[in-house]
Design a protein around this ligand. Structure first.
Ligand code: GTP
Ligand code: MG
Length: 356
């Protein structure tokens, strides 16, 4: 129908609109009704506006490193554990010693085995990040401080891991402290129906001191055992796909996205589509800031070249052409805009009545 007719109908409904104005969902339905049409609103998953990638053939699959997420209550020692494993000191650089984002680290053990670790925040405000971490992971380490107790975010982390169907290994930390009481923690876990192995249950558990590095090797053995049971594989010889862990605008470098490659291999120069943004991968860095040319399955990598900051949790794919990437990105953006319109406050029928 001619735009002028639509505007006329809107006027009759008491809406003063101009030609380039967007209507909210309810008004659209009303206006369409005036023309004898019924509007059907479809909820669209933005991620789905992409061609289904073909499945890997079994012979193309190669073993890949496990992705292990460290979760637990605030201050129970998650980052300290990873700092010990990585011989680094990340907590020293954290504001107030509190982790506020997901850290992703690729670690090579002395015997050459590799593990990809995700560090999650324990503060109660970061539920979404814990849920995301649990979804991305193969094995969850739940850290509980032996001088404290099973706390709300310990329970929450256990629930996220269980909901995602991820095997759990408990790390009872801070056993170097005089007030540490690991048996009490095991009792509390038993009360939640999480019976650890030395209490006759099925959950692997290791007492550790992240600060002193005590028994961390034993913990890693248990984690790797759980991972081996899953026979983790991926196809390194295909286009990369994976998940955005975080992204930000860096003053010097532009948009920087940390992504986790879950299948395939990401190469410099690839045309990446992540959420509603896209661009050529101009440069890639590992978590130590070293420039790399490619990143295989289960590798976290910082990517420069996207035209915006995708949301944590968005998937990324590699496409053939700029044009294709741009088209899908635009389509997704439109969908996102329409969906936010639908949730915006709009005029009720009642209000329209009053205006007339
Ligand atoms: P969030 O990320 O904020 O949830 O905390 P976190 O779980 O990462 O804890 P973090 O590693 O930052 O450690 C919290 C505090 O506990 C720090 O002061 C650490 O030095 C201390 N700590 C961690 N592990 C141990 C340990 O094994 N023994 C002792 N004595 N202190 C520890
Ligand atoms: Mg931390």
């Amino acid at each position: 129908v001619p735009v002028t007719d639509v505007i006329d109908v809107c006027m009759n409904l008491g809406l003063m609109v101009s030609i380039n104005q967007r209507l909210d969902a309810e008004t659209m339905a009303l206006v369409a009704d005036e023309f004898g049409y019924k509007v059907e609103f479809v909820s669209v998953d933005v991620q789905e506006v992409i061609k289904e990638e073909e499945e890997d053939k079994p012979e193309d699959l190669k073993p890949r490193p496990p992705i292990v997420t460290v979760m637990g209550h605030v201050d129970h020692g998650k980052t300290s554990l990873l700092d010990y494993i990585r011989h680094t000191n990340v907590i020293a650089g954290e504001a107030g010693g509190i982790t506020q984002h997901i850290g992703a680290y690729s670690v090579e053990l002395e015997d050459g085995r590799k593990i990809t670790f995700l560090d999650t925040p324990g503060h109660e405000a970061f539920t979404a990040m814990r849920a995301r971490g649990a979804k991305l992971t193969d094995v969850a380490i739940i850290v509980v401080a032996a001088d404290d107790a099973v706390m709300p975010q310990t329970v929450e982390a256990i629930n996220h891991a269980s909901a995602a169907g991820v095997p759990i290994v408990f790390a009872i930390n801070k056993i170097d402290k005089p007030t540490a009481d690991p048996e009490r923690i095991k009792g509390e876990l038993a009360n939640m129906n999480y019976l650890v192995e030395d209490w006759g249950g099925k959950y692997q558990c290791q007492e550790i001191s992240a600060k002193q590095g005590l028994n961390v090797d034993k913990l890693l053995e248990k984690v790797l055992l759980e991972a081996e049971l899953k026979d983790l594989k991926a196809n390194p010889n295909r286009r990369a796909s994976g998940t955005v862990i975080e992204s930000a605008l860096d003053k010097g470098r532009g948009y920087v996205a940390t992504v986790l490659v879950q299948n395939g291999t990401l190469h410099q120069g690839d045309i990446m589509l992540a959420g509603i943004y896209y661009g050529h991968v101009k440069a890639m860095f590992n978590e130590r800031g070293q420039r790399i040319q490619e990143a295989g399955p289960a590798t976290p990598v910082q990517v420069i070249g996207l035209n915006g900051a995708p949301q944590a949790g968005d998937y990324f794919n590699i496409l053939d052409s700029d044009r294709e990437a741009r088209e899908i990105a635009n389509k997704r953006e439109q969908l996102v805009r329409m969906q936010s319109m639908k949730t915006k406050k709009h005029i009720t029928l009642d209000e329209i009545g009053r205006r007339i």
